[in-house]
Design a protein around this ligand. Structure first.
Ligand code: EZ4
Ligand code: CO
Length: 409
C-alpha cells in the first residue's frame, strides 16, 4: 500500500479544526487531528508545505518509521506546531492500519482492558447555587466525575466559568476561544482566588457527599508556594486531582508542591513529548498525565509515555477539551480502552455543527465513553459539511493583573 494524497482540511463548525486526510492507492483513507487552538494555520501550513510532500509514495503501515523520520528528519525537534503535525500523521496511519486489519484501533493497541471509559465533565458557575445546579446537570447527563471551576468575587471573568447566554440564562458549555481578530483581555488576582476556592469545594462536598470525584484546574496561575497552600487547603475535600497548579515549564515547582500536600497532581496539556515528563514521572512528582494525543505527536508516543508512567503507578488523564477534534478524541478513546494505567478521560462534548462535520461512532452512555467497533478510529469527515464552515480567526483570552502585568492565563 502507498500514500497517494495528503489533504489538510481547516474548517470551523462551532470552532476551528485542522484535519489531515491521508489517501492510499488501495482506497483506504485515514484521519488525523492537528488542531492547535489559536495557532491553527501554523499547524495546517506545517503539514501542507513541509509534511505532505514527504509522505507521497510511503508505505502507510510503517508508522514508527514515519514518526521517527518526521521527528528526527526535521532536525528541529519538539514544539506544539511540529508535534501537532506529527500527531496528525501518526493517528491517520493508525486509522489506516486498523481499517486495513478490519478492526477497531484499540484491538491493535492490545485490546480492551475495560468495558467503558470513565469521563469527567466541566461544571462551573458564578456563585455556589449556580455551581451546584451545574454539577447536578452534569450528573443528570451521566457524568460520574466532575471538574468544578468558579467565579471569584472581585474578578470579572475567570478561566473555566461559562458566560451568561445571550438570552440572559445560565450556560454551562464553557468554550474559552472567542471568534475575534484579537485575543480578549481578562483580569486576575491569585490571592482572591486562593481565599475563595476552598469555600466552593466545601459547599460542593457538603451538597453531594464524599463519593463523587471532584477535579479542579488551576490553569498555571499559582507560584509553587501558592499551589502548595491550595493543595493543603483542599485536602479535606478529597479532590481526584488538582490540575496545572503551576506553569508547566518549571518542573522543579512540582517537587516543592509535592512536599506540602497529598492532593493528587495532574499536569501536561501543554507538553509535547515524553521528555517533558522524564523528571516528573521518575521522581513521582505527578499522579496523572494530562497530554493530548493531538499535541504530543500521536498515539505512538502517548503509548510510550503511559508505559513509562505505569512503572510508577501514574495514570492517564488525557486532555479532551472542545479544541481537540472528534478525530483526536477518538484516538484518545482507543488508547484509554487499551492501556492498563488508564485514569480518567476529559470529555466536554462537541456542538451539533461539529458532530455534523465529523461523523462519529464513539458513544457516551451512563457516564462511560466507548470508541465503538467500526474498523479504524470510527470517525469520518463529511467534507461537504466541512466546506460550509471556513476558518474564522479565534483566540484564547489572556490575563493581566490589576497593575497591568501580563499573567499566565
Ligand atoms: O484551556 O484546551 O483542562 N482543560 C483546559 C482547556 C484549555 C484549552 C486550551 O486550548 O485547560 O480548557
Ligand atoms: Co487544563
Amino acid at each position: 500500500m502507498k500514500i497517494i494524497a495528503a489533504d489538510v482540511i481547516v474548517s470551523s463548525p462551532d470552532r476551528n479544526f485542522v484535519t489531515l486526510k491521508l489517501t492510499t492507492d488501495e482506497g483506504i483513507t485515514g484521519l488525523g487531528d492537528a488542531t492547535l487552538n489559536g495557532r491553527e494555520l501554523a499547524a495546517a501550513t506545517y503539514l501542507k508545505e513541509h509534511v505532505a510532500p514527504l509522505l507521497m509514495g510511503r508505505d502507510p503501515h510503517r508508522i514508527e518509521d514515519t514518526w521517527q523520520f518526521l521527528y528526527r528528519g526535521a532536525y528541529w525537534r519538539r514544539g506544539p506546531v511540529t508535534m501537532a503535525a506529527i500527531a496528525a500523521v501518526d493517528v491517520a496511519l493508525w486509522d489506516i492500519k486498523a481499517k486495513a486489519a478490519g478492526m477497531p484501533l484499540y484491538q491493535l493497541l492490545g485490546g480492551a482492558s475495560r468495558n467503558g471509559i470513565r469521563a469527567y465533565g466541566h461544571a462551573s458557575g458564578r456563585d455556589i447555587p449556580e455551581i451546584i445546579d451545574s454539577v447536578r446537570e452534569h450528573l443528570e447527563l451521566g457524568y460520574k466525575s466532575i471538574r468544578v471551576q468558579t467565579a471569584v468575587p472581585g474578578i470579572d471573568s475567570v478561566y473555566g466559568v461559562a458566560a451568561q447566554s445571550a438570552e440572559g440564562g445560565i450556560r454551562y458549555d464553557y468554550e474559552p476561544a472567542q471568534r475575534a481578530a484579537l485575543p480578549a483581555e481578562e483580569d486576575w488576582d491569585t490571592r482572591a482566588y486562593l481565599r475563595h476556592i476552598p469555600t466552593v469545594f466545601e459547599a460542593v462536598r457538603n451538597e453531594f457527599g464524599p463519593e463523587l470525584p471532584l477535579l479542579h484546574d488551576g490553569h498555571h496561575r499559582m507560584t509553587p508556594m501558592q499551589a502548595a497552600k491550595l493543595g493543603k487547603a483542599l485536602e479535606p475535600y478529597d479532590l481526584f486531582w488538582l490540575e496545572d497548579c503551576t506553569p508547566a515549564e518549571n518542573q522543579d515547582a512540582l517537587r516543592l508542591v509535592r512536599q506540602h500536600t497529598t492532593t493528587p497532581l495532574a499536569i501536561g496539556e501543554v507538553f509535547n513529548t515524553v521528555w517533558d515528563y522524564q523528571t516528573l514521572i521518575r521522581e513521582q512528582l505527578i499522579d496523572y498525565v494530562r497530554s493530548a494525543v493531538t499535541h504530543t505527536g500521536g498515539i505512538s508516543p502517548m503509548k510510550k509515555i503511559m508505559d513509562y508512567a505505569a512503572q510508577y503507578q501514574i495514570k492517564s488523564g488525557i486532555h479532551g477539551p472542545t479544541d481537540i477534534s472528534p478525530v483526536g478524541m477518538a484516538a484518545a478513546l482507543h488508547l484509554d480502552l487499551a492501556i492498563h494505567n488508564f485514569g480518567i478521560q476529559e470529555y466536554m462534548r462537541h456542538g451539533d455543527l461539529t458532530n455534523e462535520v465529523f461523523e462519529q461512532s464513539f458513544t457516551f452512555e451512563d457516564g462511560y465513553l466507548h470508541p465503538g467497533n467500526e474498523p479504524g478510529l470510527g470517525v469520518e469527515l463529511n467534507e461537504e459539511a466541512a466546506a460550509k464552515h471556513p476558518y474564522t480567526p479565534a483566540y484564547l483570552p489572556f490575563n493581566r493583573l490589576k497593575d497591568g502585568t501580563v499573567h499566565d492565563w
